[in-house]
Design a protein around this ligand. Structure first.
Ligand code: GLA
Length: 386
């Protein structure tokens, strides 16, 4: 379903369920070109908001009751007297946002809401940040709480840490709020500042291939990676008087600490230092329009995520290997948290159909099912729809 149809459906369902007129909001998912798993490691990342996301229809109802209907799960959540407790599944993503408003000392009045998406969950394109961002933005607009976009991104990040329990970085929520049409967001995750630069991909398509694998260990392994990196950095802080992975020019500098760190932690830290360097180099290349060199960095990122950071899986590795065989693909890698989800591929436009057909056929013969195909365009962040 495209965005227009989605908006129309969500609005119709809202009117049927609640019998009044809603305000509409669209909250996008994100892609990320380079800089994976380094937003919580003082890195730079290069995300962009996309055409797929979550549509919200929301209206105040003048009561002390909140009614939130998830179109995708066909389930209603009713909350009375601002009782924001942790529950299960999708409910935690909206409840946690409401809880953060409460923690920030902001009143939440009664409202009716319907939301639904055209974004695959667990695909690594951050449906969770889209759910959080849309809810947070709508509440802020309708209840006039006065948060700016950066504050909303930080509120949503805290929300993700709280009920869903994923100790995520800031990338997804920031891209969701700050995305701009046809622009890449170069986000400095230490300073929480960003610059935009135009996406110069004329003649190329961005194609996501969804492995349709969603490992349940994704969130526990995510939090584990985070603590492994903290452990490694503690050792480097003591040994070298450095305070951040960003202060290293090359991962060779940490070799003397290999034994003390142990193989796993050492590999995690090596990846982080390499990826911070790669992202900085990649941003320059993308600004210069050297897409071919940029694409090579994406392949290198995949290798690091596979071998050092160990967040890939057989299916993702297969899709990247297949893409690598295709000369029209200039860059391919797993994207997002990992353990399943999508690969991002930059492919010459005239050959994108072939990539999709070839990958689908070989994936089918290897794994017995086809990958999902998502063609993305780069769009604005969360906004009200007139
Ligand atoms: C998830 C997290 C982000 C980021 C990515 C990996 O999407 O929510 O903060 O860490 O994984 O780059």
């Amino acid at each position: 379903m495209d965005k227009k149809e989605l908006m129309a459906t969500v609005e119709t369902v809202f009117k049927r369920k609640f019998n009044h007129k809603p305000h509409l909001f669209f909250s996008p998912g994100r892609i990320n070109f380079l800089g994976e798993h380094i937003d919580y490691n003082d890195g730079y990342v290069m995300p962009a908001a996309i055409n797929n996301g979550i549509c919200y229809a929301v209206s105040l109802n003048g009561t002390n009751q909140i009614n939130i209907y998830s179109l995708d799960f066909d389930e209603m959540l009713t909350i009375r007297n601002a009782d924001f407790q942790k529950r299960e599944g999708w409910k935690n993503y909206v409840l946690s946002v409401l809880k953060e408003y409460e923690i920030a000392g902001k009143d939440i009045s009664g409202f009716d809401c319907v939301f639904g998406g055209n974004i695959a969950g667990g695909a690594g394109i951050s449906s969770s940040a889209a759910v959080e961002g849309g809810m947070a933005y709508a509440i802020n607009a309708l209840m006039e709480h006065g948060f700016n976009r950066k504050e909303l991104a930080l509120l949503c990040q805290r929300a993700e840490h709280n009920f869903p329990g994923v100790q995520c970085g800031i990338m997804d929520q920031y891209a969701n709020m700050m995305g701009k049409k046809n622009q890449v967001v170069l986000l400095d995750c230490m300073e929480i500042t960003h610059e935009y630069f135009p996406l110069q991909l004329e003649g190329f398509d961005i194609v996501l291939l969804n492995s349709n694998v969603h490992h349940s260990l994704a969130s526990s392994e995510y939090n584990k990676r985070r603590s492994e990196c903290e452990k490694g950095l503690d050792i480097l802080k003591k040994g070298l008087n450095k305070t951040s992975f960003r202060q290293f020019q090359s991962s060779d500098a940490i070799l003397p600490f290999k034994e003390e760190m142990g193989e796993k932690v050492y590999n995690r830290c090596r990846y982080v230092i390499d990826e911070i360097q790669r992202t900085q180099a990649g941003a320059q290349l993308l600004k210069l329009g050297d897409i071919e060199a940029f694409g090579k960095l994406m392949f290198a990122t995949h290798e690091g995520l596979r071998d050092l950071y160990e967040v890939s899986c057989e299916e993702l590795d297969f899709l990247v290997e297949e893409a690598n065989k295709n000369e029209a693909v200039i860059g391919s890698r797993m994207m997002g948290g990992g353990f399943g989800g999508c690969t991002i591929n930059i492919v010459r436009s005239e050959a994108s159909e072939k990539l999709i057909n070839d990958s689908s056929a070989s994936y089918l013969s290897k794994f017995g099912r086809t990958p999902g195909v998502i063609r993305v365009s780069v769009e604005d962040g969360t906004a009200a729809i007139a």
